[in-house]
Structures are given as structure tokens and as C-alpha cells.
Design a binder for this molecule. Structure first.
Ligand SMILES: CC(C)(COP(=O)(O)OP(=O)(O)OC[C@H]1O[C@@H](n2cnc3c(N)ncnc32)[C@H](O)[C@@H]1OP(=O)(O)O)[C@@H](O)C(=O)NCCC(=O)NCCS
Length: 173
């Protein structure tokens, strides 16, 4: 298996796989143009024969925080280590950039526990995520995803103040 940074030529595979799980809300929908624009966020896993197995992305908020997004393995390739290899590569990428906090939102926390993530009760500790995605999400008032963090909780935010994020979350609660 090969795990490497994505190229623009991977965008169709990435887009098709991610969006195959967006209708049931497992993953956020990523339009093709958005995948192309952000293709450098993605890492892909390929079989020894070069077949696309899966992908995951690391979104940078700033030096204080990044987020694992769109991590998925093709159904036929599951349980053979590709998901773990992708997640490990994204964690290493964050470390190479000196980012000490990685967040994600998920319904399968057990997978991420294995890689050092822990559940966080209050998503308002991540104002950047609230202002980037949550405030415009139709599920803001009925979010069923678990907030997870690896590393320390960031003490700063760039997209808005924590007090306002807390207000949004409280209203949603
Ligand atoms: C989650 C996903 C990426 C895992 O990929 P995978 O290739 O099957 O995972 P791996 O084979 O690398 O498994 C690594 C470890 O995680 C465990 N694991 C895999 N999927 C798991 C799950 N859903 N829940 C709990 N543990 C899981 C494996 O048992 C393995 O544990 P081990 O090392 O103790 O044996 C894959 O199941 C998937 O694409 N799911 C659908 C998309 C999704 O839900 N993505 C997450 C959105 S936040």
C-alpha cells in the first residue's frame, strides 16, 4: 500500500468517494471545484497496483489548530489498515507543521480513540470550527457528532471570539 499526498489527478476519485457518503450525513459534501481547490489538503492511499483505496484531508485553521476532514476508505478496502495509515499520515503532517491541536467531528469515536484523540464535551472550545462550519450547518440545533481533539485545546482562535461561539452553541443547545 502507498500513502502519499494527493495530486490533482486524484480529485475525481476523492470527490466520488467522499460524496458517496454525504447523503446520509457521514461526511460533508465536497463539490468537485472545492475538492480541486483544496486538493493539497488531501492524502490518498493506493494499493500496490495503484488502485485508489481512500483519502483524508487536513484543513489548517492556523498554527494553533487543524482539522481532519473527509477521511474515508472504499467499502471493499475497509479493515485492511488503509484508514489507520491515512490518519497516521495526517497526524504526522500536522506535527511537521508544528500544529499542537488536531480536531475532528465524528460519529465513530472508537476509531479515533486508537490514534490519541479524546472526546471533548463542549464544542465551543473550538471557535474556529464553529464559525467555519457549524453556524451555517442545518444540523446546528441537533448535532449528533462527537467533538474530538488530539493535543491541547487551543487558547486562541482566528475566525471569531470564544464568547460568541459559546453563545451560538448555547442557543443551539
Ligand atoms: C473509518 C474508516 C476510515 C476506517 O478505515 P479502515 O481502513 O477500515 O480502518 P483500519 O483497517 O485502518 O483500522 C484501524 C483500526 O481502527 C479500527 N476501526 C476501524 N473502523 C472502526 C470503526 N468504525 N469503529 C471503531 N474502530 C474502528 C480497526 O479495528 C483497527 O483497530 P486495530 O488496529 O485495533 O485492529 C472506514 O471505516 C470508513 O471509511 N468509514 C466510513 C467513513 C467514515 O465514517 N469516516 C469517518 C468520518 S469522521
Amino acid at each position: 500500500m502507498l500513502v502519499r499526498k494527493a495530486l490533482l489527478t486524484d480529485a475525481t476519485n476523492v470527490c466520488d468517494l467522499v460524496n458517496s457518503l454525504s447523503t446520509d450525513g457521514t461526511l460533508l459534501k465536497r463539490p468537485f471545484a472545492e475538492v480541486c481547490e483544496n486538493i493539497r489538503d488531501f492524502t490518498v492511499a493506493l494499493s500496490d497496483g495503484g488502485v485508489f483505496l481512500g483519502c483524508g484531508a487536513l484543513h489548517f485553521y492556523g498554527p494553533h489548530l487543524c482539522e481532519v476532514r473527509s477521511i474515508v476508505v472504499r467499502p471493499a478496502a475497509k479493515s485492511k489498515g488503509a484508514g489507520g495509515r491515512l490518519l497516521t499520515a495526517l497526524i504526522e503532517e500536522a506535527e511537521e507543521h508544528g500544529i499542537q491541536s488536531i480536531c475532528l467531528f465524528t460519529r465513530i469515536p472508537d476509531f479515533f480513540f486508537k490514534f490519541g484523540f479524546r472526546a471533548v464535551e463542549d464544542k465551543a472550545v473550538l471557535p474556529d470550527k464553529i464559525f467555519k462550519d457549524c453556524q451555517s450547518c442545518p444540523r446546528l440545533h441537533r448535532c449528533d457528532e462527537i467533538t474530538m481533539v488530539r493535543g491541547r485545546i487551543p487558547s486562541v482562535s482566528l475566525l471569531g471570539p470564544r464568547e460568541e461561539a459559546e453563545q451560538l452553541v448555547r442557543i443551539s443547545g
